[in-house]
Design a protein around this ligand. Structure first.
Ligand code: NAD
Length: 298
């Protein structure tokens, strides 16, 4: 397929590379020249604007930081909607709020273009390996059409419902992840303060009812799991500021649904405090520093 790929950052670049490797032809656009050049070196064609990228293609994929960027890439004078042919589908894999995704779908429909929200989980490692999970919000026809292309970049492609439901799945999962990580950090810190060997405690939790991904795969206590960011100074992994962004999306969506998120609101404040302390670039499991660094000078 001839595809336009817009947004070649930490996630977009490896995703686009996997499309090239699988024989698709790509027009690419990003504000960063270096990002574009690295994809051109891999066989893509550079475009001067989102409009130019979308001209003459059979599918458009965007992977951008937030809803404001998606809006500008779609609707600017030199945006996607100015260049795309009628009937061509737009897939947005950015993590944004469900209401914005639904708004973009409406806008795209007015131009005669189906719009699919397809946020991902699996991080940069999953993007490079082509093993992402795609949470897809689309009608059945659009889902069937984009599935084979998404399958090149991911191993789980899940149809979550109509437009916006991919984003609903994504922000609900990350709401829970933010909460469970803080919970594991709290329990591990209490145990250590009371004198138990943290490895023994983690072993008990991971064979008991407290077990979760935050405890058995990504434990925030250093030295428990060798491959976790906690064992390498909380570098790499999923940044605190990205978690904060996703909890903000969950808070906004909860407000619009008049739905309480008691624990999510508290978790948001914990990650906000980390960010204020200058730890926004650390992996989000560094939330444990709020428990274990108490009294340390800042
Ligand atoms: P990133 O900041 O590394 O990349 C974003 C890219 O978009 C950058 O290259 C930037 O230059 C480009 N960009 C910004 N505005 C643009 C515009 N107007 N036109 C063209 N290009 C523009 O971000 P990322 O880590 O690749 O994340 C992308 C999305 O995926 C975000 O919504 C993020 O929340 C989500 N996500 C990230 C991860 C992760 O682990 N990094 C995991 C899952 C989901």
């Amino acid at each position: 397929m001839k595809i336009a790929f817009i947004g070649l950052g930490n996630m977009g670049a490896p995703m686009a590379r996997n499309l090239l490797k699988n024989g698709h032809t790509l027009n690419v656009f990003d504000l960063s020249r270096d990002a574009v050049q690295s994809l051109v070196d891999a066989g893509a064609t550079a475009s001067a604007s989102p409009k130019a990228a979308a001209t003459g293609v059979e599918l458009v994929i965007t992977m951008l930081p937030a809803a404001a960027h998606v809006k500008s890439v779609l609707t600017a004078d030199d945006g996607v909607l100015a260049g795309i042919a009628r009937g061509v589908t737009i897939v947005d894999s950015s993590t944004i709020d469900p209401a914005s995704a639904q708004g973009f779908a409406k806008l795209a429909a007015e131009h005669g273009n189906p719009f699919v929200d397809a946020p991902v989980s699996g991080g940069t490692g999953g993007a490079a390996a082509g093993t992402l999970t795609f949470m897809v919000g689309a009608n059945a026809t659009a889902y069937e059409q984009v599935n084979p292309v998404l399958a090149v970049m991911g191993k789980n492609i899940v149809h979550c419902g109509d437009t916006g439901m991919g984003q609903v799945a994504k922000i609900c999962n990350n709401l829970l992840l933010g909460i469970t990580m803080a919970g594991v950090a709290e329990a591990m810190s209490l145990g250590a303060a009371l004198g138990i060997d943290p490895k023994v405690l983690a072993g008990i939790v991971n064979t008991s009812t407290g077990r979760c991904w935050s405890s058995d795969t990504y434990n925030p206590f250093p030295g428990i799991i060798e491959t976790a960011p906690s064992s390498r100074g909380y570098t790499g992994g999923f940044g605190t500021d990205l978690m904060l962004k996703d909890l903000g999306l969950a808070a906004d969506a909860a407000k619009s649904a008049k739905q309480p998120i008691y624990l999510g609101a508290l978790a948001q404040q914990l990650y906000q405090t980390m960010s204020q302390h200058g730890d926004g670039g650390l992996d989000f499991s560094a939330v444990i520093k709020l428990y274990r660094d108490v009294g340390a000078k800042r």
